[in-house]
Write a new protein. Structure first.
Length: 400
């Protein structure tokens, strides 16, 4: 009986991103280029080790701190610094103790912890994600037991946002619907809402009694830390209950450390404490408590004026390099194919771009030119550099 059960298990489908990386690794062609993986690479094609992180490592090594268990909700200094970064150091919500923040296993862990919590409060609700959205959004919330549906977002005809359709979709959602929103640097399209449009989004959500769940994995990669955090501050000022999942994987280049946080806006300190008790209960039964090292690195940087300033400088360098790659890929494609118009790539923000390439064109890129991209046409602009850009542009121009 047991043997038959195991024999009946079928191979699970490949993850659309990680599976592509497996294909890339198996490709023996030396000129291959991976534009599918969601990782920032420097101009040498390497994952950078930030100087501010290196200095934080030295500081922690000198302190020789024992690696004891952290509390279930994580390092308190880290959680406090996350709140300050997201909401502002003197935010009324923080001063009034309305916000609970817990340390999580990256941004994905924050989404899952928030999803498990919401399932206990809104068991019959539907989770709505943008069309398109990060591939794992659906998987995470379906694993928590939610039905996941899509609301209109990307307009392929004008490379913008289906704003009116999106608002109408929000207006039709049942009370208590959970809406996952990208606070900045929309993944996978790179197309963001104009900051002024968010006021109407907030009004509609407040009137319809929806539950916003903001995902901010790329703060600092759009226009800057403060600029990219404006959306969260707007939601906080609205007085709504909402959740925020944040990650430092990209902005600190700490991918393997799994450093993230879940923040929930509540009505008052008493409610905050109640919510925290439930989050701790879920976390305890899921992973017990979070790891120490990554959060210590982040909190060390965020607690030091010198290191914080150095981090902002390095973050700006990463942001500006991505913007340069956006401009140069368009210029190179134009040189090869003058009738091609890739200017929408320049207008997009963050690490990713919806190029407009079809599935057939992406497959041709991979099979003929060993240039790997997601079959939706999404590329990671941060994977381009001065050595591979011309070849990538030539390959894209050839399949257009």
């Amino acid at each position: 009986m047991i043997e038959k059960k195991f024999e009946s298990i079928k191979m699970a489908p490949r993850d659309p991103i990680l599976g592509l990386t497996e294909l890339f690794k198996s490709d023996s062609r030396p000129e291959k280029i991976n534009l599918g993986v969601g990782v920032y690479y420097d101009d040498l094609g390497q994952v950078p080790l930030l100087k501010c992180v290196q200095q934080a490592e030295v500081t922690l090594a000198e302190r020789a701190i024992p690696r004891a268990y952290l509390p279930i909700n994580g390092d308190q200094t880290y959680c406090d610094k996350v709140q300050e970064l997201l909401f502002g150091a003197s935010a009324p919500a923080i001063e009034q103790k309305k916000v609970i923040t817990v340390q999580t296993l990256g941004g994905t862990g924050a989404l899952r912890l928030g999803g498990d919590f919401l399932k206990s409060v809104f068991p019959d609700s539907t989770v709505w994600i943008s069309d398109p959205s990060w591939e794992n959004h659906r998987g995470v919330f379906e694993r928590t037991g939610f039905t996941v549906d899509k609301y209109p977002y990307y307009d392929s005809s004008n490379k913008g946002v289906k704003y009116d359709e999106m608002i109408m979709a929000f207006e039709r959602m049942p009370i208590g619907s959970i809406v996952v929103l990208h606070a900045c640097c929309h993944n996978p399209t790179g197309v963001d809402l104009n900051i002024n449009k968010w006021d109407e989004v907030i009004d509609v959500m407040k009137n319809q009694k929806l539950v916003p769940f903001l995902d901010i994995a790329y703060q600092g990669f759009g226009d800057g830390l403060d600029e990219d955090g404006q959306v969260i501050k707007k939601f906080a000022d609205s007085g709504m209950h909402f959740l925020t999942a944040n990650s430092f994987s990209k902005s600190f280049s700490l991918y393997g450390e799994r450093v993230g946080g879940l923040s929930i806006m509540t009505a008052n300190e008493n409610q905050k404490n109640i919510v925290e008790s439930h989050l701790k209960k879920i976390a305890r039964a899921t992973y017990s408590n979070p790891p120490t090292h990554g959060s210590k690195l982040v909190s060390t940087v965020l607690s030091s004026q010198e290191l914080f300033s150095a981090w902002k400088t390095e973050l700006a360098e990463m942001r500006n390099r991505i913007k340069l790659m956006r401009e140069l890929i368009c210029v190179e494609i134009k040189k090869i194919k003058p009738e091609a118009n890739f200017n929408h790539v320049i207008q997009q923000r963050g690490m990713f771009s919806y190029t407009g390439l079809s599935k057939e064109q992406v497959i041709k890129l991979r099979e003929k030119h060993s240039v790997y991209a997601i079959e939706t046409g999404r590329i990671c602009v941060a994977a381009l550099n001065s050595k591979n850009l011309a070849r990538a542009a030539s390959a894209i121009a050839e399949v257009l």
